[in-house]
Design a protein around this ligand. Structure first.
Ligand SMILES: [Zn+2]
Length: 357
C-alpha cells in the first residue's frame, strides 16, 4: 500500500475506481502491495535469537505509516546471516498459523534470490519486520532506509506454506533496498526496477518459468503505456505509468545495453555496478548520480539515454513488435518462444543466471 505523507505519491487513491481484468489481479495487486518511501526523512546460514526484556508492545505500534524503528528495536529478534547480509527479523504481536521458523525460511529464501541476482545482498544489515494481518496470504510490504535499511511485510494469519511459496512481496521489497533514495518524481524507477527485477531474479533462481514471466509482461506492460494527456515518466504518476511504465523502461534499457555490448552485458550488470559504487536505499542520490553509476558498469550510456527518452516525453513503444522481435508469441492461450527471432538471443540472455565474477 502506498500510504505516504502528503508530499509523497498517493497511488492507491488514483486506482480506486479502475476496472481491471480478472487475470491481472495478481500482477495488479503487486502495485497496491508495495510502498517505497523516497526521501523519507529528510550456503550456510547462521541463526540466533535474542530476547529483550521490554515493556509489552501492541500490534498497533507496528502498523504506523512509517517504519517503527524504535518499537522494532524493543522486540525479540532473530539474526539471519545470508551471504553478506545480517538480517534482524522481528515479529510484531499477533498470531500466525505458520511457525516463526517457516517465516524465517521464507525470508532466507527471498534474500537468497535477491543476493543471487545482484551477486550480493544490496546492504550489509537490514531489519525485517513481520506483522500478522487478517486473512490469508502475504498482504503487503514496504521498504525504508532513513534509519537503516528495513523491510516490513504484513502476513495473513491464516497463511500456509503455499502462500509463502507464491509470494513475490518480500523479494520486491528487498529489491527496493538496491536503489538509493532520490526525488519522488522518479518513483517509477524504483517501482519499475522492483517489478522487473523480481520477475527476472525469480526465473534465475528457478522459482518461475521463463514463459510465466513473459506472459505476465505481455499482459501487464500495456498498462504502462502513456494514455492521452500523459506526460513523461517523471511527470505522470498514475499507477500504470509508475509500475508498468517503469518496468517498460527497464526492459527497453536491458535490451539497449545488450545491443550496445554485443549481448555481453545487460541491466543486471548496470545494477550490480550501482551497488558496487555504494548505491543502496540508505543513501540519498540525485538521478544523475544513479544514472552515472549504472552506466559506469557497462561503459555505455544506455541507461542515461533511455532516461532522456522517457522522463519528459510520453513515448509509446510498439510492444507487439517488441514481443515478436524477442520471439514471444501466444498460440492457443499459451506462450510459445521462437529462438530464431531477431532478439531471441537477447531474450535468452536476460533470464540466464549470471555467471558470478
Ligand atoms: Zn515497490
Amino acid at each position: 500500500m502506498i500510504k505516504p505523507a502528503s508530499k509523497f505519491l498517493h497511488v492507491s487513491s488514483l486506482l480506486a475506481s479502475r476496472a481491471r481484468p480478472s487475470y491481472c489481479k495478481t500482477l495488479l495487486v503487486k502495485a497496491f502491495s508495495c510502498f517505497f518511501l523516497f526521501l523519507s526523512f529528510a550456503v550456510a546460514h547462521a541463526q540466533s535469537t535474542k530476547t529483550l526484556n521490554t515493556s509489552p508492545l501492541a500490534q498497533a505500534d507496528f502498523r504506523t505509516s512509517h517504519m517503527p524503528y524504535t518499537a522494532f528495536d524493543k522486540l525479540s529478534h532473530t539474526i539471519l546471516k545470508i551471504e553478506n547480509v545480517t538480517l534482524k527479523v522481528g515479529f510484531a504481536p499477533g498470531k500466525l498459523d505458520l511457525s516463526n521458523q517457516q517465516i524465517l525460511n521464507w525470508i532466507t529464501n527471498s534474500a537468497e534470490v535477491v543476493s543471487k541476482y545482484y551477486g550480493q545482498f544490496p546492504v550489509n544489515n537490514a531489519r525485517v519486520l513481520i506483522v500478522p494481518a487478517q486473512g490469508k496470504g502475504v498482504k503487503t510490504g514496504q521498504a525504508f532506509g532513513y534509519r537503516g535499511a528495513a523491510v516490513r511485510v504484513f502476513v495473513g494469519e491464516k497463511s500456509n506454506l503455499n502462500d509463502l511459496k507464491k509470494d513475490w512481496i518480500a523479494i520486491h521489497e528487498m529489491i527496493h533496498l538496491a536503489l538509493p533514495n532520490t526525488h519522488q518524481r522518479h518513483l517509477w524507477l524504483a517501482e519499475g526496477l522492483s517489478v522487473y527485477v523480481e520477475s527476472i531474479a525469480r526465473v534465475q533462481a528457478g522459482q518461475l518459468s521463463e514463459t510465466f514471466i513473459w506472459n505476465g509482461f505481455m499482459k501487464s506492460m500495456p498498462f504502462g503505456l502513456p494514455k492521452s494527456g500523459d506526460k513523461g515518466l517523471d511527470y505522470t504518476h498514475t499507477w500504470g505509468r509508475t509500475y508498468w511504465g517503469g518496468a517498460i523502461f527497464c526492459l527497453l534499457t536491458d535490451i539497449e545495453i545488450r545491443k550496445q555490448t554485443n549481448n555481453k552485458m545487460g541491466l543486471q550488470d548496470a545494477l550490480i555496478g550501482l551497488i558496487k559504487k555504494g548505491g543502496n536505499n540508505e543513501r540519498i542520490w540525485s538521478i544523475s548520480e544513479i544514472l552515472e553509476a549504472t552506466d559506469y558498469a557497462t561503459g555505455k550510456k544506455a541507461v542515461y539515454e533511455q532516461y532522456m527518452k522517457m522522463y519528459n516525453t510520453p513515448i509509446k513503444p510498439d510492444l507487439k513488435k517488441l514481443w515478436k522481435d524477442l520471439g514471444i508469441k501466444k498460440v492457443d492461450g499459451k506462450i510459445v518462444l521462437d529462438n530464431n527471432a531477431p532478439l531471441a538471443k537477447i531474450r535468452q540472455a536476460i533470464i540466464a543466471p549470471r555467471k558470478q565474477s
